[in-house]
Write a protein that binds this ligand. Sequence first.
Ligand SMILES: *Cc1c(COP(=O)(O)O)cnc(C)c1O
Length: 450
Amino acid sequence: MSGNEMKYIQEAFDQNWVVPLGPNVNKFEEELKRFAVSPTPQDTFTEDYPRSIMPHEDDPEKLWAESLDDERLNGKQVVALSSGTSAVHLALIALGVKAGDEVICQSFTFCASSNPVVYLGAKPVFVDSEKETWNMDPTLLEEAIKDRIAKTGRKPKAIIVVYLYGMPARIAEIKAVADKYAIPLIEDAAEGLGSRYRGRVCGTFGDYGVLSFNGNKMITTSGGGALICPDEEARNKVMFFATQAREGYPYYQHEKIGYNYRLSNICAGIGRGQLTVLDEHIAHHRRLAKFYAEAFKDVDGITFHAGNDSELNASTEIPAEGKTLSNYWLNTITIDPQVKVKGQENAYRTTVKGAVGGAAGVIHYVDSAHTDCEPNANVEAMRLWLDSLNVESRPLWKPMHKQPVYKDSPAYVNGTSESIFKVGLCLPSGPLVSCDDAQFIVNAIKDAIL
Ligand SMILES: *Cc1c(COP(=O)(O)O)cnc(C)c1O
């Protein structure tokens, strides 16, 4: 919390705007828009991360008003919504996705990227990742498109690319493929808020960009999301469907099915406060990433996932347009299969009784801890070892094409996401993790290796 949240929440109560619209919502959208076109790193680069967030008009110290660059904005609009999932759903609706249509989706992701495709009765087609960023493989994407056209006689209706753990995807190449076949592109930047590809904010390359402000994401509105839209017309369409699709009569008249997906004015107030600390949050996540990257350099069998980040991956070429920077929302490592970890022989003896990672809600209890695709025993042993020291780590997201619920969906795979899932682990990365904590975690991981 930045201390500014209470101010905006109080404002909402004072002005009697305790509803899913109002001044905080409008201003939050305006601020997100400014953020989306905020200057590229070489314009404003400070120690860890560019100053991109311009908190509010009352704070003249900050440079936000200067940077709303109409040319960069290129007509883009932002709609604040109740979740990132609803943003994916509405992007698909705005693109006219209907029952029976096919939508290409990155397989290595959280289920919220692809579930809305199914909400609409459409069919997800999964595409695997490349090894550098763990995101959609542009070559495989093109193969998938060609094959779908050959098999069905129709083009997929949209492509959903993801910024997994905040890592920028190879968006220029992906966009080139999308453009070549004239298929609209949705960027799921729910985990990638503030990440940049060649200096530009992730979520602003495609037709639609999805943001999430859920409790566990880069910033939180307790629950919330936003959709970056290509223009005013698209914005109006999204807004219409987000507010129950009401026609312009003095009484409720409905010609379309709508949704109750708007962000509340209270949550938007929290979001405005949170935006003032987004830069600091990103800087902190990046500080931890640098620490982990350095610390694991000389640990045999452990590899830090630096991806295509211009600063943490020395082999990445920095194009003239600007740096590629991950927000390192979750820092991740991979553990070689030959690494022996304490307690490995007992790794899958017990099933999970509470949701891993403290996620809220009800989970189904299972009889066996095994599935046909799971992290290696040494990875699970490492998770349990860290857990015993009160350190919460977790497996990577299990690819959608390996999920039972998607077993009938077509998938174009190269083995990358499945093999990374088996060796990967997410480490504590949030604003409450200090560098001392990170040192403790690194030591604990070293201790666990036999
Ligand atoms: C969290 C997340 C979402 C959904 O965001 P919510 O705000 O939780 O609905 C979508 N896609 C990805 C990749 C996510 O991690």
